[in-house]
Design a protein around this ligand. Structure first.
Ligand code: SAH
Ligand code: DHB
Ligand code: MG
Length: 239
C-alpha cells in the first residue's frame, strides 16, 4: 500500500478544510450511496434550469431515506422541494403504498421537481403543492391531511418557527421532525446578526426548546454543504 499524503487527507488539506470535507464526502458517498440515473439527472436538470445548488448532499439524502425507513414512515411532509433531490431520497424510504407531500413556493422549481420525480418513478407517491408553505400547511390542516410520520423542514429559514408549529400540529405522536441548515457556519451564535435567515434559525431553536411536546437536539455537520447542521426532534406520545 502506498502512502499518498493527498489521499491521506493530511498536510495539504489542512490549509483548506472545505477541500478535505469535500473529499471525505465523496469517499463516503462513492462507497455507500451509489448514484443512479434518477439522482444524477435530477441534479443535472436542476442545474440546466438554473436552480440554486442548495440540495442536500448525497450522503445526507441517504440519511433522510434511512430515517424514514427506520421509523417505518408511511406519510412524509417536506417543506422546501427545490428540484426534488431530497424528495427522491425521502420517498425511497417509504413503503410501496406510502405517501409524500412536498411544498414549494416557486412554480418553476416545482416544475423541475415534477419532471425529476417522474423520471425517478415517484409521481404516484409524491404530491407537490405549489405556493407559500404556510398557506399550504393551513390548507393541509383544513383538509385533515396526515398525520405525518416524518416532517423535513428545508424552505426559507425565516419561517422555520412557523413551520415547526405546523409540523407539530400535522405530525402524529412519536413522529420525527428534521430541519436542515441550523448551524450556518456558526452564524447562529451571533444574536445581533442582521440576517433574517439566521435570526429565523435562532427563533427556531427557541421554539424547539419551549415546545413541551418536543424532545430535540441538533448535530453539526461538515461536508459538501460546508459547516452546517441538522436539528432533529421527536413529538411526544406513543409511537
Ligand atoms: N429540500 C431541497 C432543497 C430545498 S431549497 C433539497 O435538499 O433537495 C429551499 C426551497 O424552498 C427552494 O426551492 C425555495 O423556492 C423554497 N421556498 C422558499 N420560500 C418558500 C416558502 N415560503 N414556501 C415554500 N417554499 C419556499
Ligand atoms: C440555502 C438553503 C438551503 O436549504 C441549503 O441547504 C443551503 C443554502 C440558501 O437559501 O442559501
Ligand atoms: Mg437545506
Amino acid at each position: 500500500m502506498t502512502l499518498d499524503p493527498q489521499a491521506a487527507g493530511t498536510n495539504t488539506d489542512d490549509d483548506d478544510p472545505q477541500r478535505l470535507w469535500d473529499r471525505v464526502d465523496d469517499y463516503i458517498s462513492d462507497r455507500l450511496v451509489p448514484s443512479d440515473l434518477a439522482l444524477d439527472e435530477a441534479l443535472a436538470a436542476s442545474e440546466r434550469a438554473g436552480l440554486p445548488p442548495i440540495n442536500v448532499a448525497r450522503n445526507q439524502g441517504r440519511l433522510l431515506e434511512l430515517l424514514a425507513t427506520a421509523i417505518g414512515a408511511r406519510a412524509i411532509l417536506e417543506i422546501g422541494t427545490l428540484g426534488g433531490y431530497s424528495t427522491i431520497f425521502l420517498a425511497r424510504g417509504l413503503p410501496a403504498d406510502g405517501r409524500l407531500v412536498t411544498l414549494e413556493f416557486s412554480p418553476r422549481h416545482a416544475e423541475v421537481a415534477r419532471e425529476n420525480l417522474e423520471r425517478a418513478g415517484l409521481s404516484q407517491v409524491v404530491e407537490i403543492r405549489v405556493g407559500p408553505a404556510v398557506a399550504s400547511l393551513a390548507q393541509l390542516a383544513a383538509e385533515g391531511a396526515g398525520p405525518f410520520d416524518l416532517v423535513f423542514v428545508d424552505a426559507d429559514k425565516e419561517s422555520y418557527p412557523q413551520y415547526l408549529e405546523w409540523a407539530v400540529r400535522l405530525a402524529r405522536p412519536g413522529a420525527l421532525i428534521v430541519a436542515d441548515n441550523v448551524v450556518r457556519e456558526g452564524a447562529i451564535l451571533d444574536g445581533t446578526v442582521d440576517d433574517v435567515s439566521t435570526a429565523g434559525i435562532r427563533r427556531f431553536y427557541d421554539a424547539l426548546a419551549a415546545e413541551p411536546r418536543l424532545r430535540a437536539t441538533a448535530i453539526q455537520t461538515v461536508g459538501h454543504k460546508g459547516h452546517d447542521g441538522f436539528a432533529i426532534a421527536v413529538v411526544a406520545g406513543p409511537a
